[in-house]
Design a binder for this molecule. Structure first.
Ligand code: SF4
Length: 343
């Protein structure tokens, strides 16, 4: 077999299954559609279904690096299932949820890997070596413009950027945000088709189930994802702890504040109620708090509603406290909340 050099390892394929190298890897497996209903491959179809469920319910797909092979293959299967639903809401939500997941991983990558990932999308990107400048990258303004079309905050306006000979100077967090946009659009484009091979009945059944799930959960609440009423008893332990600390004005780290705000906004707590919570802080500023909460809730700026970080990230930052039995079976605090409500 001819070996081709790839800058990516198998774990990268699992983290970023939309990469060209990941697609090539999957092609070498020579898996046929009919193979997916083979009981030996049941876990692939199960994981693909789970990807869609997580996208519909939580707007973020979890990452399971313990089962890398299943994780890689389940992505194109989930794409097929999403196309089979013929439901534009599911398709958009799935693309966003995969992009949200990729974004969390991008935040942890070194500069070299970020460049390789951007080059996968044909970006003209380079590392800057001018230590006098607070930038890590230069990106061609064509790539920059393409990925800022939907970002409405003034910081993304080209006039607010340092531009030199057709390249824009960017920091790491700018580039990861733009890559998230690229991933979302890339997956949306993959989903924007009606053409599918003939799928086995079991896969059609799963697609129908996903549509029902949207009707039962999203449709009822204007596609917001969660019931209007906030159920505090369903909060995961980490959020309970942050909420208690928050309500009594105890100091919270930046990630603690972000996690709680994004969590409460995601489960439908009105922005005004979240802002009220901040009032107990000694450093409370109405203007700053409103700005931050409204941006996290997606009511201002890029209109992207942020989701809290996944459990793995929260563990790294010491935000995960007293995990219980349900915590052993989920990857994300929103999944915990959803499961608890279902119970
Ligand atoms: S496992 Fe996840 S949901 Fe449970 S406490 Fe830790 S971070 Fe929260």
């Amino acid at each position: 077999m001819q070996r081709t050099f790839s800058a990516f390892a198998k774990n990268d394929y699992a983290k970023y299954p939309f990469l060209k190298a990941a697609i090539k890897h999957i092609q070498t497996l020579d898996l046929k559609i009919q193979d997916l209903i083979d009981p030996d491959n049941a876990s692939i179809l199960e994981r693909a279904q789970q990807r869609l469920e997580e996208a519909i319910l939580d707007s973020i797909v979890s990452l399971d690096l313990k089962h890398v092979d299943i994780e890689i293959v389940s992505f194109p299967v989930a794409v097929m299932l999403a196309i089979a639903t013929k439901d534009s809401f599911i398709k958009k939500r799935y693309a966003l949820a995969e992009a949200n997941r990729a974004y969390e991983e991008l935040l942890l990558e070194p500069r070299e890997k970020i460049i390789q990932l951007a080059e996968n999308f044909e970006w003209k990107i380079a590392a800057t070596h001018d230590s006098g400048l607070p930038y890590e990258f230069t990106v061609s303004f064509v790539d920059y413009l393409r990925n800022t079309t939907h970002l409405r905050e003034t910081q993304w306006k080209l006039v607010n950027r340092m531009l030199k000979t057709g390249t824009v100077y960017l920091r790491m967090d700018d580039v990861t945000r733009l890559l998230k946009e690229e991933v979302r659009r890339h997956i949306e484009q993959r989903l924007d088709t009606e053409e599918l091979p003939v799928l086995p009945a079991k896969m059609i059944e799963i697609a129908e189930k996903m549509k029902k799930l949207v009707e039962e959960t999203i449709g009822k609440t204007e596609r917001e994802g969660f019931p209007r009423t906030v159920t505090q008893t369903a909060f995961p332990p980490c959020i309970q702890s942050l909420y208690q600390a928050f309500s009594t004005g105890k100091h919270l780290s930046h990630i603690g504040r972000f996690t709680l705000t994004a969590f409460l906004a995601s489960i439908g707590m009105p922005t005004e109620s979240i802002i009220d919570l901040f009032k107990s802080f000694s450093d409370y500023s109405e203007r700053m708090t409103r700005y931050q909460v409204e941006h996290i809730a997606g009511e201002k700026g890029s209109r992207t509603r942020y989701v809290p970080p996944k459990c793995e990230t929260l563990k790294t930052h010491g935000v995960c406290v007293n995990p219980d039995e349900l915590c052993q079976r989920i990857y994300h605090p929103l999944t915990y909340y959803r499961r608890k409500l279902q119970r």
